[in-house]
Design a protein around this ligand. Sequence first.
Ligand code: ADP
Ligand code: MG
Length: 315
Amino acid sequence: MSETVVKIENLVKRYKDLIALDHFSLEIKQGEIFGLLGPNGSGKTTTINCLLSLLAFDKGTIEIFGKKMTPDSYDIKRDIGIIMQNVAVYDELTVGENIDYFCGLYINDSKKRKEYVEEAIRFVGLEEFRKFYPKKLSGGLLRRLNIACGIAHKPKLIILDEPTVAVDPQSRNKILEGIQQLNKNGATIIYTSHYMEEVEQICTRIAIMDKGKKIAEGTNEELKKMIKNSETVNIDMFMIPENALSEIRDLPHVYSAEFENNVLQVKCDGGTHNLIRILSILQNHELKFGRVYSELPTLNDVFLEITGKALRDSD
Ligand code: ADP
Ligand code: MG
């Protein structure tokens, strides 16, 4: 059994009348890439700020590396790397100087620090930008600098709060690969995001949050087994008569069939020949159709079934 790195029990955080965290509990083991997935406002950043003792909370306990976390737990903080949602670097320092500054908060030995700073620069791919000031960097490069500042001191626990919001696809991939590499090198990762695809791609375990509550938890596969949706069949077509639609609805394993915006969408809860059965009904009615595609459930479907609303939202 792996060691517990983070243990949050019954955390309650109120902002006046608003309950931002509602008896929220979490246990994260060494070696995980743990995903906190939830829409904007669900309480991810509040969780991180409480975890780091940056924010006082109303109820609950937090332990990191088996010790109670308090605002002056400097020994614990030394082993944590934090990459905040809002980029926090100094405009008057260059890329290299920024990383050196943040690394220097933890690493005193100047020779070792120089090595670590170089390693961090290489790690995020900012070699050609080390003399640049942050204002000259694109959004994606700035995010990479923010990450380098958080990881240069080689922390055992790395917390990244929405590190990919509004970055270009190239930087996004670089960041996601980087997170996996840090994990391979031995760090435990907490990764918050409202992008379910990213969480699916890299996280070993996921907690889904909504309105300050944990609504589901497990591996990607476990979460998808919690819901009845197993396959969604989509068929592009111009029209479908009501009798054909109701025949499809009566098929075994079909629990919903809707026609909207020239797409027939059929949701199934298991079975193996759903697509063939649906198409043969269309054929019997001599109906024309275009593109046909089948989708496996996503974490959005999990969120939708549990909360009744879509997770997907704009940035
Ligand atoms: P997330 O990071 O998942 O987007 P947050 O933790 O930032 O969510 O916010 C959770 C809830 O707490 C939201 O409803 C947000 O509006 C509210 N909130 C966050 N920070 C404050 C604050 N400083 N004062 C009042 N309300 C806040
Ligand atoms: Mg947030």
